[in-house]
Design a protein around this ligand. Structure first.
Ligand SMILES: *[C@@H]1O[C@H](CO)[C@@H](O)[C@H](O)[C@H]1NC(C)=O
Ligand SMILES: *[C@@H]1O[C@H](CO)[C@@H](O)[C@H](O)[C@H]1NC(C)=O
Ligand SMILES: *[C@@H]1O[C@H](CO)[C@@H](O)[C@H](O)[C@H]1NC(C)=O
Length: 187
């Protein structure tokens, strides 16, 4: 009798575990999707920004199961990591050399602007942690401007110098916007 009970309940238990794990995962990714949808609902280019938000956050450790507040912190941390990586990329490009005078100057401007922005992202992390959401939004506005200024240093949309930092700048800009929008949606 006891043996029969065990033989029935083990597969049942396994099934239960599988079902529960599945619904947890579905619930978690749903939070990312819902948070991104809500945050980007009023944004320009939301049809591009929402999937960018979802894929960036889902790739981040800890996003599964995080609520909107947690996702705001994760998005801000991602921005910090992205700007740190951007500085490294710029330094590597400078070391590689072979740039025109104009590109060399643009790279130097970018390095300076991204390094300045890193300090401001740290300040934004602190503002978020202490609930100073207005300070946060204004910090992130400054942070975002570093990426757009960098792209502009290469001549911007109408310029003729092709920016080697196009993707870096676009990712940095978009991540900053996503983080800001999520924080705004908390208010
Ligand atoms: C910056 O963030 C974007 C979006 O999440 C990602 O695709 C890209 O790989 C990141 N860049 C670096 C250098 O980490
Ligand atoms: C953000 O980064 C800080 C510092 O690395 C870390 O202490 C914190 O746990 C991170 N927060 C999230 C939500 O990942
Ligand atoms: C990211 O930013 C760039 C330039 O700011 C823009 O062209 C692009 O559409 C954005 N991508 C997304 C996914 O919003």
């Amino acid at each position: 009798m006891a043996a029969r009970l065990v033989s029935v309940s083990v597969p049942l238990l396994l099934l239960l575990v599988v079902v529960l794990a599945g619904s947890r995962a579905a619930l978690a990714s749903k939070t990312v999707e819902q948070t991104c949808a809500k945050a980007t609902s009023g944004a320009r280019r939301k049809e591009l920004l929402a999937p960018f938000c979802v894929s960036s956050l889902q790739a981040a450790p800890g996003s599964e199961g995080a609520d909107a507040h947690g996702l705001a912190a994760i998005a801000t941390n991602l921005t910090l990591a992205n700007y740190t990586a951007a500085v490294a990329t710029i330094k590597a490009l400078e070391r590689r050399g072979g740039w025109s005078e104009r590109s060399r100057r643009a790279l130097a401007t970018c390095r300076q602007r991204y390094i300045e922005a890193l300090n401001v992202v740290h300040s934004a992390v602190h503002a978020l942690a202490t609930g100073k959401l207005r300070d946060y939004v204004s910090d992130m506005g400054v942070v975002r401007k570093a990426a757009t200024d960098c792209e502009g240093a290469f001549g911007g949309a109408g310029g003729n110098a092709k920016s080697p930092l196009r993707k870096v700048d676009a990712d940095a800009d978009n991540l900053t916007v996503v983080a800001m929008l999520i924080v705004r949606s908390l208010q």
